[in-house]
Design a protein around this ligand. Structure first.
Ligand SMILES: Cc1cc2nc3c(=O)[nH]c(=O)nc-3n(C[C@H](O)[C@H](O)[C@H](O)COP(=O)(O)OP(=O)(O)OC[C@H]3O[C@@H](n4cnc5c(N)ncnc54)[C@H](O)[C@@H]3O)c2cc1C
Length: 603
């Protein structure tokens, strides 16, 4: 847990003394510490009370994601003090951080002898929403990589640009991403003498796509060549526009099979830098402004969009609208509709909270053709969410670990998730991840468990915490453990014996795990922890032409409407994802959308 660099002190004069008197039963004056749990661990607050008021709230420690959580850390303490309430609105895109602060303050209120329930029922007074009309030339909906690239290109081409983002912070998934951008044939790589031709990229891509879904008909290699071929130009353009990449290409992916540019401050740094650049270039960036529907004229041309803010409903009139609202990963209903395979495997997504398919639904309503098969950018496997909430799963790093699926069969090298991948070659480890992910999403293979013994004291201590919390299974024998997790006992014993025999032999002839990682499980009791596949985002969206103009089912263009990013990315993948491949692609598509929108509709 890191100490907060700039403590946010919300000491606001209370305008609403009446509320405090009416709803709180008074406090024992003083300063109290409270604790809540956010996305990345404990959030601590210090709260000062007078006899009848919350005087100040200060977030003193947290490990929440910078950028994404900042608006909540600034606003929630201020709102609690101003409204003398624990029923303040959470911040869009930072709901968990908001709730962690509210829980921590409730903890302090209880210690101060206050009435938590009364404070939770203080209703905020909401004014009626104003109806507003605004005009712009290019309206970009969504402030992630694709949207920001589109806005940057459009403003550089001289258009008046408004970018609306529904969350309190721009960045979308970029703000939590590694910040690696594929860059084919980029000038910035010239001095590094690396293999960055389209051919080199294609070989690496084809190898990855071979793991599963080869029958899907994707990638669309013509489209792929056009866009991937431009990724180097995009990185050079971003670099010239002010984005600070590291000097040398980062070569770590897939044993260095393709080079990527890396932002000096990762995705969060790039997101912050991009929005600053946009504002400096004159883009009107509006956060907490959620598009709810597209507006068309009688010919079906898109001429704007309606958006909601806290205080107003705004109808934006625009010459063109660019949809860059990301994917569907955080909308369970849409995932089950478009990616049933992903849904049945219990996949958890790491994509940003805004990935709820809003743009897809809006585009569909104006006649856009949606891909019928979506997929998800599979990434790796993680412990199930309820487990990671209860224990520190990063400490489960032992080689004595056996992974099984619902049929009690070992299904991949456990190295892919044991964090000991360094001992395998990068290329092999990379393929393990793809192989593992592919296997995990096949019908009937979920749920997945990792089995541990009690040979490592540190790991056992963490597992015992999980048992205590009711999220880790424990039994004295492998057969009894099988009963606990609901798999066939004889099958699990057979898999366990076979795995231990491979460990004895010192060679994983089944999945090629490195010999150092082949450690037998021998010491009872045994434990089982559930794991799930995870995704970076979704692949699907609406169909577009090469300039990102949105198409109808008959192949004609919906005039005035463009889409980029996870809004329209099915073209590039089958059922596998290329690590570090999205941002470069989506920035390229976003840039194309911005250029085409200005060319078609403004000039
Ligand atoms: C942990 C992690 C690390 C990653 N690292 C990398 C990496 O290093 N390299 C790489 O290439 N890829 C990486 N990826 C994948 C990549 O970051 C995403 O695929 C990419 O950022 C998606 O960009 P996007 O612009 O299409 O969508 P998003 O980033 O999802 O942006 C869409 C934006 O639109 C907003 N929005 C949605 N609906 C509305 C609405 N109705 N009105 C207004 N705004 C709306 C959302 O809030 C969001 O801000 C990573 C993914 C994850 C999860």
């Amino acid at each position: 847990m890191k100490k907060v660099l700039s403590l946010i002190l919300a000491v606001i004069m209370v305008m609403t003394c009446g509320i405090a008197a009416a709803f709180a039963d008074g406090y024992n004056a003083g300063t109290y510490e409270g604790v809540g749990t956010g996305n990345n661990g404990e959030v601590k607050v210090s709260v000062t009370f007078s006899g009848d008021q919350i005087v100040s709230v200060e977030v003193t420690e947290h490990a929440e994601t910078p950028g994404v959580s900042d608006p909540a850390i600034e606003r929630i303490p201020a709102d609690i003090v101003a409204q003398q309430s624990l029923a303040v609105d959470t911040v869009s895109g930072a709901t968990n951080t908001s709730n962690a602060i509210l829980t921590a303050v409730a903890d302090a209120v209880a210690q101060a002898g206050g009435d938590v329930e009364a404070l939770r029922s203080v209703e905020a007074v909401t004014a009626e929403k104003a109806e507003q009309q605004e005009e712009t030339e290019i309206l970009v909906i969504g402030g992630g990589m694709a949207g920001m690239a589109a806005a940057l290109e459009a403003v550089q081409q001289g258009a008046k640009v408004t970018l609306i983002e529904k969350n309190a912070a721009t960045g979308g998934t970029l703000a939590i991403a590694g910040g690696y951008l594929i860059a084919c044939d980029a000038d910035i790589f010239d001095s590094a003498n690396v293999a960055d031709s389209l051919d080199d990229f294609r070989k690496a891509w084809e190898a990855h796509m071979a793991y599963s879904g080869v029958e899907s008909g994707y990638p669309d290699w013509e489209r792929w060549e056009s866009v991937v071929g431009d990724t180097g130009k995009t990185v050079d353009w971003l670099s010239e526009s002010g984005v600070t990449f590291e000097e040398a290409p980062y070569m770590g992916f897939d044993g260095g099979a393709y080079p990527v540019a890396k932002h000096v401050k990762a995705g969060a740094g790039m997101a912050a830098q991009m929005v600053e650049m946009l504002e400096k270039a004159g883009v009107d960036v509006r956060t907490e402004t959620k598009a709810i529907e597209l507006v068309t004229d009688e010919s079906g041309k898109v001429i704007g969009a309606v958006a909601e803010t806290k205080d107003a409903t705004i109808t934006f009139t625009a010459k063109a609208v660019i949809l860059a609202t990301g994917g569907i990963s955080q909308n369970e209903e849409l995932v089950s509709q478009y990616s049933p395979k992903i849904h049945q495997a219990g996949v958890v997504s790491g994509a940003a909270s805004g990935s709820t398919g809003d743009g897809l639904l809006m585009a569909e309503k104006v006649g856009a053709e949606v891909f019928d098969s979506f997929f998800s950018a599979l990434w790796n496997a993680k412990v199930a969410p309820e487990v990671s909430k209860a224990i520190d799963a990063s400490k489960l790093t032992t080689a004595a670990q056996l992974g099984v699926n619902s049929k009690a069969l070992r299904f991949a090298s456990e190295s892919a998730v044991v964090y000991k991948r360094g001992e395998d070659s990068a290329a092999v480890a990379g393929s393990y991840v793809d192989g593992l992910a592919s296997d995990m999403i096949q019908d009937g293979n979920a749920p997945f468990y990792y089995i541990y013994d009690a040979s490592n004291d540190e790991v056992t201590a963490v597992l015992e915490q999980g048992v205590e919390a009711g999220v880790v299974y424990k039994a004295d024998t492998i057969e009894a453990l099988a009963e606990e997790i609901g798999v066939d006992a004889a099958a699990l014993k057979e898999t366990y014996d076979a795995y231990n025999a491979l460990c004895e032999a010192g060679e994983d002839s089944q999945f090629g795990k490195a010999a150092d990682n082949m450690v037998a499980l021998t010491d009872a009791p045994f434990y089982a922890v559930q794991w799930t596949p995870t995704t970076f985002g979704s692949t699907g969206g609406v169909k577009t032409d090469l300039q990102q103009r949105v198409l109808k089912a008959d192949g004609s263009v919906i005039s005035g409407l463009y889409a980029a990013g996870e809004m329209s990315n099915r073209y590039f993948y089958n059922e596998n994802y290329m690590l570090g491949a999205s941002l470069g692609l989506y920035a390229t598509c976003g840039r194309r959308a911005g250029a085409a929108a200005v060319e078609d509709c403004v000039k």
